[in-house]
Structures are given as C-alpha cells and as structure tokens.
Design a binder for this molecule. Structure first.
Ligand SMILES: [Zn+2]
Length: 115
C-alpha cells in the first residue's frame, strides 16, 4: 500500500470516527446499497450493519441497525440521536435496533415498530 493510500485511509478512518452512530449507519447503508456479496445472482446477498452486546446472562445478542421510515418521519431526524429503540420484524423475525420507533427492516424492507 502506498504512503498516499495509507494517508487517505487514515483520513477516512478519522472522518468515520467523527460521525454519530446514526450518521455512521446512514453512511454505511448508502455505501453498500449497490454492493453484492456474491457472484451467484440467486443468492441476492448484501451487507447489513449489526450491533452486538452481552445480556445479563453473558450471552451475545445481535440486532441489525435499521434506518427510520421516511414515510413516518418526512422531516427526518437530527444526527445526534441515540440508537435506543428495539423491535422485531414481524415478516422475517429479525431483531432490529434504530433511533426511531418506526423503522425499516434492513433484511426485508418491512416496517418495524420499535419500543
Ligand atoms: Zn424483516
């Protein structure tokens, strides 16, 4: 890797580190929206952003970060809101976390209500 590439990566990493959690999630989904994870078209694979944490029983729990529903919030959201809403997609049963009570499942695009 060239010195210039290493320097650019450092700048990107610094910029990513400066983003709020919501800004990082929105950036991630924009960055990967056209990126496929396989050459096998039928797989339809793509990336999602997940959040993991240990629960009271020291077991890992994972939920996928969901963007807010633009239909429910046409005015958008501030950038500094915490990701503290949780729910389960009724369509695909994915555990979701978001900054909004009305979110869009990153797996199946179904609306998810979080609490
Ligand atoms: Zn879903």
């Amino acid at each position: 890797m060239s010195k210039k590439t290493t320097q650019m990566q450092g700048n990107y990493i610094k910029w990513l580190g400066s983003l709020s959690d919501k800004q990082f999630a929105e950036f991630f989904y924009k960055a990967v929206q056209n990126r496929k994870t396989s050459d096998v078209q039928e797989e339809n694979g793509y990336y999602v952003l997940s959040h993991i944490r240990k629960n009271e029983e020291e077991m890992w729990e994972r939920d996928d970060i969901a963007l807010h529903s633009p239909q429910e919030y046409p005015e958008g959201w501030g950038d500094d809101v915490p990701i503290c809403q949780f729910g389960t997609c009724l369509e695909c049963e994915t555990s979701i976390s978001s900054w909004a009570k009305h979110a869009i499942c990153p797996i199946c695009d179904n609306k998810v209500y979080c609490t």
